[in-house]
Design a protein around this ligand. Structure first.
Ligand SMILES: [Mn+2]
Length: 272
């Protein structure tokens, strides 16, 4: 079965702000605008849509009310390219997507879980990664989660008008997992999973908590995961990702009664 390509719903043109020298290693990506535009390090990429395209977009693709049109008309898309000696990761996330997943991480079970994130969050999730999986999946798992967290941080922008909180409990047969999250800007993870086997397929089940810890650290999210029931490791992890996807969808959707204001009594939601 072929997976449809990531579809970006609205960006009409791209502009780079804050000029700085482009690293030579990334230079070849900077002279053109491919389907997934490279984000050179040190540059801030702004995706803008025209008023016509914003109107055509109508109701938000994630089932939320249409995004309030802000002064910048920014799309809620985050993109990260992360290259180290251990891994090469490219992530793109559209919060207002339609559930399209295009994920190839080198870790088959993680591909399956990221498909859950897209499908149940109604996000468009693009992840391409290569890494030192000949050692084990640790570095790839961690760096992909770090990049997804950074992409979420970017896509959320100033977090104006969103619900901020999300809470969902997902069952999968005998398993049930509850996820509570707050897009507070403050990284915190409490992970109460009790996974009975060391591996699912080739995937080390210790890496589930490490995935969420890494994602929390870069996104600035408070995340509580609680396992209510479960005996089968695959079921427990999949229920966890499904609950996370739905809770994140809820938190990122718009609360129309907020009229585009920041959902904080402090007036600011940031990581600082
Ligand atoms: Mn690590």
């Amino acid at each position: 079965m072929t997976t449809p390509r990531f579809v970006s719903t609205s960006p009409a043109r791209l502009s780079y702000t804050q000029t700085s020298p482009v690293p030579k290693s990334l230079g070849k990506d900077c002279g053109r605008v491919p389907a997934f535009p490279a984000r050179p390090r040190g540059l801030s990429l702004r995706l803008r849509s025209s008023p016509v395209m914003a109107a055509a977009a109508g109701v938000g693709g994630n089932g939320s009310p249409a995004a309030p049109v802000d002064s910048t008309g920014s799309s809620r898309i985050g993109e990260v390219k992360r290259v180290t000696k251990e891994t090469n990761v490219h992530v793109k996330i559209n919060l207002d997507g339609t559930g399209v997943a295009d994920c190839s991480t080198g870790i088959p079970f993680l591909d399956h879980m990221l498909d859950q994130l897209a499908s149940h969050g109604l996000f468009d999730v693009y992840v391409k990664a290569t890494g030192d999986t000949h050692i084990d999946d640790h570095h790839s798992n961690e760096d992909i989660a770090l990049a997804i967290g950074t992409a979420l941080l970017q896509s959320l922008g100033d977090r104006k008008g969103i619900n901020r909180f999300g809470h969902f409990t997902a069952p999968l047969d005998e398993a049930a997992v509850e996820v509570i999250l707050d897009l507070s800007g403050r990284p915190h993870l409490s992970c109460g999973l009790d996974i009975p086997t060391q591996r699912v397929g080739t995937y080390d089940t210790q890496l589930v908590e490490h995935f969420f810890q890494s994602l929390v650290n870069t996104s600035g999210m408070t995340l509580h995961i609680r396992q209510l029931a479960g005996k089968n490791s695959h079921h427990i992890i999949e229920a966890c990702f499904k609950a996370f996807a739905r809770a994140l969808r809820q938190a990122t959707e718009y609360d129309l009664r907020r009229h585009g204001t920041v959902p904080s009594s402090k007036g600011v939601l940031s990581r600082s």
